[in-house]
Design a protein around this ligand. Structure first.
Ligand SMILES: *[C@@H]1O[C@H](CO)[C@@H](O)[C@H](O)[C@H]1NC(C)=O
Ligand SMILES: *[C@@H]1O[C@H](CO)[C@@H](O)[C@H](O)[C@H]1NC(C)=O
Ligand SMILES: *[C@@H]1O[C@H](CO)[C@@H](O)[C@H](O)[C@H]1NC(C)=O
Length: 368
């Protein structure tokens, strides 16, 4: 046995004696002994440092203990946030990341609020059934505010929500975020979802968009659904056209032009093909209606609105349409256009409005 090996042996025996400390009957006594030994060692070193006048013993122990520190980072299951409560540093641990859903209420861009009983109830159900974080947004309304204020308000709020730090603070899984809206809210939801695709500031992608009887076009008010349901309760054609016109202007001429389907300026007539129900509507909804291209108007009022044109790259989309609804064919044509653009679109056609809440939440449960 060489001198070095002998030296190591002696050192090992010495260490074992230093570490070994008979303990009462506990599990894994060696772990406790090792822990105790390291604490003891740091105490000795700290005492030594104090003797040399370098540091207070406790401060030295604290310094040695910092070897245990980890920076608070979130993982798949637990969100950790480092913050202060009235200047006192705290870490917040929240279990399991949740799905997030951004909801835009309807009301023809003129009415409605996230305070309404129905929206409050829907948000509660969705939050509860999906164990999700629901953001139910408001936005400024017409006639006080016109396009694009409604769109911009919703977009600003959505972007705020999609900030990684905000998502983290609410424990939202950035890969499971969806957007929903009904009626005019469906219009705003679809529009902001499209805008997101072109926004270099936003890295997070929406997983789904769900559009509940959305209003998706204002080029042609002569669609079969507008013809058949013009006087149907809740949302007659006159009111829907009034909503659309108020969204753009308080000048009543636009409503008149829209009612006679003469509101699209000549230079925008290339857009008619995007709402050509003769080619976009499934046969069973065309019935014996005869397609007529809307006539051009001289209106300057709708020029600024480009409509929803390029649909490529949109997320999985769920569209609810109702049989007795002027907006029915907006949704139907949109589904056709999405499918033509290679976007996965699921369509749920129901008889009457306000009956689809369960199906809608179940779909989100499976797909978000
Ligand atoms: C998250 O939870 C699952 C299931 O409980 C577990 O298998 C996994 O290791 C956890 N992931 C992390 C990073 O802790
Ligand atoms: C609409 O579609 C029909 C048939 O699909 C076609 O004949 C007509 O030219 C189209 N009109 C417009 C304005 O796109
Ligand atoms: C309303 O719009 C029409 C058509 O664009 C225009 O001729 C008229 O001057 C406008 N009225 C007002 C009060 O701006």
């Amino acid at each position: 046995m060489g001198k070095t090996s002998l030296g190591f042996l002696i050192l090992e025996i010495f260490l074992a004696a230093y570490i070994y400390n008979p303990l009462p009957d506990v599990e894994e006594p060696w772990k406790i002994m090792l822990l105790d030994t390291s604490l003891q060692t740091s105490r000795y070193l700290a005492l030594f440092a104090e003797t040399l006048g370098l540091s207070h013993v406790m401060e030295a122990i604290l310094f040695f203990s910092s070897i245990q520190c980890v920076s608070p980072t979130s993982d798949k299951n637990i969100t950790v946030r480092d913050t202060t409560f009235n200047n006192i540093p705290v870490h917040i641990y929240t279990k399991s990341l949740r799905r997030g859903l951004f909801y835009v209420h309807g009301g023809g861009w003129c009415l409605g609020s996230n305070d309404y009983y129905t929206y409050d109830l829907l948000s509660r159900w969705t939050a509860d059934r999906l164990d999700a974080v629901i953001i139910s947004t408001n936005y400024r309304l017409a006639p006080k505010h016109h396009f694009p204020v409604q769109f911009e308000d919703v977009y600003i709020a959505l972007k705020w929500f999609l900030d990684p730090q905000i998502l983290e603070s609410y424990g939202v899984d950035s890969e499971r975020i969806g957007i929903s809206g009904d009626s005019a809210g469906g219009n705003l939801a679809a529009a902001v979802t499209q805008q997101l695709l072109e926004d270099p500031d936003v890295k997070i992608k929406l997983k789904v968009q769900t559009l509940i009887y959305p209003a998706l076009q204002n080029f042609d008010f002569g669609l079969p659904s507008y013809r058949e349901n013009a006087h149907y309760p809740v949302l007659p054609k006159l009111l829907m056209v009034r909503f659309w016109s108020e969204y753009f202007t308080t000048n009543r001429s636009l409503k008149k032009e829209m009612l006679s389907n003469q509101h699209i300026p000549l230079e925008s007539s290339n857009l008619f093909k995007f709402v050509n129900w003769s080619s976009l509507l499934p046969e069973k909804f065309k019935k014996d209606h005869i397609y007529k291209t809307p006539t051009h108007g001289s209106s300057e009022l709708t020029k600024k609105y480009s409509g929803i044109l390029d649909l490529h790259g949109l997320p999985l989309t769920y569209v609810i349409t109702c049989q007795f609804d002027v907006l029915r064919d907006d949704g139907l044509m949109y589904v056709t256009r999405l499918q033509n653009s290679g976007v996965r679109a699921i369509h749920n056609h129901i008889e009457v409005r306000y009956r689809a809440a369960n199906q809608y939440i179940n779909w989100l449960h499976e797909n978000l």
